[in-house]
Design a protein. Structure first.
Length: 402
């Protein structure tokens, strides 16, 4: 469990604390140290869409992909320097049996699809200063909604698969789009104050184009920030966080129209003896839903409209320790995208909820050994409105951290 906690702490703080959890450390003659670690997980997942909908079984990766992390650390000129590479593969091929990889255009097997995905999620360097602060530059988990996913119990399991997703490649959704917007692993330059009771992180990020419209010019970086506060009171621990995002995109290389996207998130985690409670939520405008800037951000049919749609969501989660190594968890969450009330063609002409998805998850999380976790989960996912389908996801599997 200590390795598992340190692995997540490294992501939560935006630093390479994962090095403390690595199973292998080699000291180099030049004073640098090389470290290796990560995890492998595998789950059986059964999904059934309600009524006469399809049913699927899959042996696959859960919400957290497998990770193989490589890190080198050294000290020069009073600075703590490090480089970090994180490969994040999945175990499943998807629905097709034979997937050998290679170039589909020239593959000797006649263009058979590539096999399980290998996601290069982390490539970054860090510069640590004497006061404990740090600069991180490269590809790493974003700041906006970062704590929302790191506190999600389904990070160690499967959670929601996605209605009708069946034997999809990639990871499952967990509670992504069912309580928070996915921060993703993105290129950035982020400054973080010294970890401790309070920490502030502010970063400049690779901006994203808006998928719904012609706003494809990104002249300045996106700004994301996060503030966390931790306090211990006797046997109880409390954590509070707030975060924000701002980005602007244009429809012309010079002049033209611009759209600003903004978002805010906040949450609290209270660990009270054997009970842990998490409540978190987000609001945004021009962000979309589910995945940031993946569609639905812009309103109206007019190509030059600057009207955007609002989104919000959140989740509540309870975890109770029933034994030295076993926790029971339950959570509920939702994510909504709302129409823009400005008249067409610049807006949608009403403020109705455009989409509203939710899920309930219950799980058993057992720390079988120091490094091996056994997980069982059940999730109901659905969306509001008459005739909308629901889906049940049942899963069980293993996570081994090393």
């Amino acid at each position: 469990m200590k390795r598992l906690t340190l692995l997540l702490l490294g992501l939560a703080l935006g630093v390479s604390a994962t090095a403390n959890a690595q199973g292998l450390t080699m000291q180099m003659s030049n004073g640098w140290a090389f470290q290796f670690g990560g995890n492998v997980n595998a789950f059986w997942v059964f999904s059934k869409v309600n009524n006469s909908g399809p049913a699927n079984s899959s042996v696959r990766t859960g919400l957290l992909p497998a990770f193989a992390t490589f890190e080198a650390r050294g000290k020069e000129g009073g600075l703590n320097l490090a480089v970090h590479f994180g490969f994040a593969p999945q175990i499943q091929n998807g629905p097709t049996h034979d997937q050998f990889g290679g170039d589909p255009a020239t593959d000797i097997f006649g263009g058979i699809q590539a096999g399980a995905q290998i996601d290069m999620r982390q490539v970054y360097l860090t510069i640590g200063f004497k006061d404990g602060s740090q600069i991180l530059a490269g590809r790493e988990l974003g700041l906006f909604s970062r704590q929302n996913i790191l506190q999600d119990m389904t990070l160690f399991g499967v959670g929601a698969v996605g209605i009708g997703a069946g034997q999809a490649k990639g990871t499952t959704l967990g509670r992504i789009a069912y309580g928070y917007i996915y921060p993703n692993f993105v290129s950035q330059v982020t400054y973080s104050t010294k970890p401790g009771e309070a920490q502030l992180s502010v970063g400049l990020f690779q901006p994203s184009v808006l998928q719904s419209g012609t706003y494809t010019f990104t002249k300045i970086p996106r700004v994301e920030a996060e503030f966390t506060y931790n306090q211990k009171s006797g046997k109880n621990n409390y954590m509070f966080w707030v975060g924000g995002l701002w980005q602007t995109t244009s429809d012309s290389a010079s002049g033209g129209q611009s759209i600003s996207s903004v978002g805010g998130t906040a949450g609290i985690k209270a660990s009270l003896s054997d009970l842990s409670i998490v409540v978190t939520g987000y609001i945004g405008k021009g962000l979309g839903t589910g995945l940031l800037f993946s569609g639905g951000e812009k309103a109206g049919a007019s190509a030059t409209s600057t009207e955007t749609r609002s989104s919000d969501g959140g989740y509540a989660q309870l975890m109770y320790k029933v034994g030295p190594k076993t926790n029971l968890g339950a959570s509920w969450g939702f994510s909504r995208l709302k129409n823009n009330s400005t008249a067409a063609p610049n807006g949608d002409g009403n403020s109705a909820v455009r989409s509203n998805v939710y899920s309930y998850t219950a799980g058993i999380y057992h720390q079988w050994t120091k490094s091996l976790k056994l997980v069982f989960e059940g999730t109901e996912e659905g969306s509001t409105g008459a005739g909308r389908p629901k889906q049940i996801d049942i899963s069980g599997g293993f996570m081994l951290f090393y």
